[in-house]
Design a protein around this ligand. Sequence first.
Ligand code: CDP
Length: 221
Amino acid sequence: TVPVIAVDGPSGVGKGLVTRWLAQRLPGWHRLDSGALYRILALAAQRRHLDVRAAAAIARLAPALDIRFEGHTEDDERIVVDGQDWTHEVRKESTGALASVIAAVPEVRAALLQRQRDFRRRPGLIADGRDMGTVVFPDAVLKIFMDASAEERARRRLKQLSAKGIQATLAPLCEEIRARDERDRNRPIAPLKPADDAEVIDTTGLAPEAVKARVEALLQR
Ligand code: CDP
């Protein structure tokens, strides 16, 4: 079977950084940004004016969408859906919030399950999200669960946004992160939590290099 490394954790915890390091360390491995699939489905539903409660109709959109991930870094990333460039829309904060609402719907999660597993191809897959280690790839060879306080994640998100020239303030960002956490951790289906066999890394107060060292040590085992 094709090996999978699962990287799970809440919003803004630095999974992107870790998956990019892993991709550098493991040449040729594929990547699955499962959150992007939820974001794309949320946008597709919005464009068709579907109510977030129209679970069955939203779920039916999932298999038909033609989704392409192009580029390898954050800067040259391109997300093409049905031939159109959706990158900018997909990455908006508002899209993340909408995604977390539809992600609580069981039919939606079921509809995306096979699409996520289809990314598992030789030589291996690095998958990030909320339930990679618990639900989608329970047989992953390595499961990393990253965590950090909401304040710390809000501060990091603020820095990221300002680096992109986007103005934001800390308090509402922190509120948004807490609301997202609340939805992700307390939903009845696939709630955000570490798998029993996950390696938990609390990155609160850890510099990126220290996180990298922890991940490197896990790879060496
Ligand atoms: O960028 P951020 O970490 O905030 O979010 P994301 O990973 O792009 O995911 C957006 C939303 O989709 C999350 O808040 C989750 O509610 C949902 N999601 C999920 O339920 N399961 C996944 N495997 C990935 C994302």
